[in-house]
Design a protein around this ligand. Structure first.
Ligand code: FE
Ligand code: ZN
Ligand code: FE
Length: 190
């Protein structure tokens, strides 16, 4: 497989990731308590729709179709956002969980675009590099905005009282068991 084919796979993965976020961001916007955070998610949703369109332009440039690969990584990251939305925390603590999930999505996207841009540069695909860099810049800006918006939210959350321990849900129990398995599997290699 040549680099061009690797790039196309990576780009299809990004296309799937962005489409998944078009579906997930309204849920984060709806769930956020803080008005600034809510607006940030809504604004980034609009940007994300533009990113999907830019990726279609990338594929047009390459004469390839954008579908063909589902991004499992983003599915996992989105799933963690859904977990954060299920938490029954107070306002700022709840929002802090959403911030954590949102930062993970941005960094995952940033890594993906950086990889694609390096490949497109190597292949001398200037137009593709320009389009991908526009998306990358929006992700980097989004990450910064989330970090700035989060600051007072985290400070507020630090003042909220700790909740009394509630019995774990089935999903939480499963997650706790898997985390022990992760530790055990690592122990063999430590
Ligand atoms: Fe994006
Ligand atoms: Zn992926
Ligand atoms: Fe993003």
């Amino acid at each position: 497989m040549a680099l061009k084919e690797v790039l196309i796979d990576e780009l299809r993965d990004m296309y799937s990731a962005e489409n998944q976020l078009v579906k997930a961001l309204p849920k984060l916007a709806k769930g956020a308590h803080d008005a600034t955070l809510k607006k940030l998610f809504t604004d980034h949703l609009e940007e994300t729709k533009g990113q999907v369109i830019r990726l279609r332009q990338v594929f047009e440039n390459l004469g390839e179709k954008p579908t063909g690969q589902h991004c499992n990584g983003m599915e996992g990251v989105v799933e963690e956002g859904a977990d954060a939305l299920e938490k029954d925390e107070e306002g700022a603590s709840f929002d802090s969980g959403l911030v954590g999930a949102a930062l993970r999505t941005e960094h995952y996207e940033i890594a993906g675009y950086n990889a694609c841009i390096s490949m497109a540069k190597t292949l001398g695909l200037g137009n593709v590099v320009t389009l991908l860099t526009a998306n990358l810049n929006e992700e980097v800006a989004a990450e910064k905005k989330i970090t700035v918006t989060a600051k007072p939210i985290l400070q507020q959350a630090a003042k909220e009282p700790e909740e009394e321990k509630k019995p774990k849900s089935g999903k939480e129990k499963y997650s706790a068991k898997k985390s022990k398995d992760d530790e055990k599997a690592a122990a063999r290699n430590m």
